[in-house]
Ligand binder design. Structure first.
Ligand SMILES: CCCCCCCC/C=C\CCCCCCCC(=O)N[C@@H](CCCCN)C(=O)O
Ligand SMILES: [Zn+2]
Ligand SMILES: [Zn+2]
Length: 449
């Protein structure tokens, strides 16, 4: 009975007939990165059940290893608004559409594809490297990246540098800047998820009190939204990036940016005008959740709101919480910090910074038309923040052109990557891995006889 009963008999039977395309796909799936998995000097481990760690053993143990990161998971995607179903991976007009095509299946596949292509050509790396593919970046990285980090630490590994997602070749983000430039993020903003709560005595809505939990909380969150955190322009990598970009601007912006000692107040105000550049100059305050009320005629006892702060590199969790308390200035409101972390340390970008210089070298080779490679701050968070125990060199860069419209598609609708951009990302990683084999240590000076 039960499962053998009516329910089962009623379901229409699906015929086991497969199209030519499906049959090709069956066969092709068996062939995904076979060389990576059968190469003797590559070890593959599953970590935290669903994350993957590849250890690629190089031939020269004197070279410090590095690590490439990507993540497997994606944010949800509603079907509405998409030109093609978001999980179809359909190709149209030279673009592959789908959730994750820019964030971050592109890196995941491109890293393995580049390695596969190198191995097919009998490549043996000199410098060892790791590939860490997290499965929970979008929700925390606690079961993926954090566990991989602990595993490597327990093995006594220290890394020369890490490359993760988090920045792009930016095209059209800064008004008047005609040419795209590569931004390698050397830091990322901190974050606080803060829950505010107001408790009041419940009662009948026919005789309401002068103030309700909803009214008090709404006024508080409105004060937070209307009072931006201070403009911190000048602290963090942005100033250096703008100075580097100065000559790419037409007159008079080139003069202004070359003389920030004089024009800093003007530039910091201009940066506030656009919502993306605004995110670079201050801690942002985003009201993201609001819950209260159970019935139309009940004065609610509790109202809760959640605020997502993204902390500028020149501030700390404690400083932002203090500012938020001063802005709210109402003792009836309880503060509950759900989770929080400070901005990430700024990784070196000087001539001696191996990871940064290797990225720069590879950008110049694969994108010769890009004149400027500048350090920046990632406004979102990445799995790389779980690896600060293993290295001081954390770089966030995807070798892909990004326009403001494509930026909106990340976590938005119609996320897509051109086939050509994906191929170029594979080429970039293919070259990067080989560039990383170089020994940057200075050749010992031979004294003349
Ligand atoms: C002067 C230069 C102008 C710069 C313009 C910046 C344009 C922005 C470019 C790239 C930013 C892309 C950020 C992508 C990484 C974000 C990844 C992400 O969504 N992470 C989540 C992690 C959530 C973890 C759970 N707490 C997030 O940040 O919410
Ligand atoms: Zn991502
Ligand atoms: Zn994301």
């Amino acid at each position: 009975k039960g499962l053998r009963g009516k329910e089962h008999r009623r379901a229409p039977r699906i015929p086991s007939q497969f199209s030519q395309e499906e049959r090709v796909a069956m066969k092709e799936t068996l062939k995904v990165f076979p060389t990576v998995f059968k190469t003797s000097f590559i070890r593959h481990e599953a970590v935290g059940e669903y994350s993957h760690l590849f250890t690629v053993q190089g031939s020269d143990p004197s070279l410090q290893p590095y690590m490439l990161l990507a993540h497997i998971d994606v944010v949800p995607a509603p079907d509405e608004g998409w030109d093609v179903p978001p999980f179809s991976g359909l190709e149209s007009d030279g673009f592959i559409y789908g959730r994750g095509t820019l964030d971050n299946k592109n890196s995941l596949m491109a890293i393995l594809q580049a390695l596969e292509l190198l191995l097919i050509r009998n490549y043996i790396p000199r410098r060892s490297f790791f590939i860490a593919l997290g499965h929970d970046e979008e929700v925390s990285g606690v079961n993926g990246a954090q566990k991989i980090s602990a595993l490597l630490q327990a093995r006594g590994i220290q890394l020369a540098f890490i490359v993760d997602e988090g920045s792009f070749i930016l095209d059209g983000f800064i008004p008047n800047l005609q040419k795209p430039f590569a931004m390698v993020s050397v830091s990322e903003k901190g974050a606080i998820n803060l829950m505010l709560q107001v408790n009041m005595t419940p009662g009948h809505s026919s005789a309401p009190p002068k103030e309700t939990s909803i009214g008090i909380l709404a006024a508080a969150v409105s004060r937070l939204e209307q009072t931006p955190m201070p403009n911190m322009f000048g602290g963090g990598p942005l100033k250096m990036a703008l100075q580097q970009l100065a000559n790419e601007f037409p007159f008079p912006a080139n003069i202004v940016l070359s003389n920030l000692w004089l024009f800093q107040p003007l530039v910091s105000r201009l940066m506030e005008r656009n919502y993306i550049t605004n995110a670079l100059v201050r801690t942002t305050t985003a009201l993201t959740m609001f819950n209260a009320g159970v019935k139309v005629n009940v004065i609610p006892p509790v109202a809760q709101a959640t605020i997502n702060f993204r902390i500028h590199p020149a501030q700390t969790v404690q400083e932002v919480l203090k500012l938020a308390k001063d802005i709210v200035a109402d003792d009836r409101i309880q503060f509950h910090v759900l989770n929080a972390f400070d901005p990430l340390p700024v990784s070196p970008s000087d001539d001696q910074a191996l990871g940064y210089q290797l990225l720069r070298q590879t950008i110049q080779s694969v994108f010769p038309e890009v004149n400027i490679v500048a350090p920046g701050t990632c406004i979102g968070n990445t799995d790389s923040r779980h690896y600060t125990n293993l290295t001081t060199g954390i770089y966030r860069f995807n070798p892909i052109y990004l326009q403001p419209q494509s930026f909106s598609s990340i976590h938005g609708i119609n996320e897509k990557i051109s086939v050509q951009a994906y191929e170029t990302q594979v080429k970039f990683i293919f070259e990067f891995i080989q560039n990383a084999d170089a020994d940057p240590r200075p050749v010992p000076h031979l004294h003349e006889l």
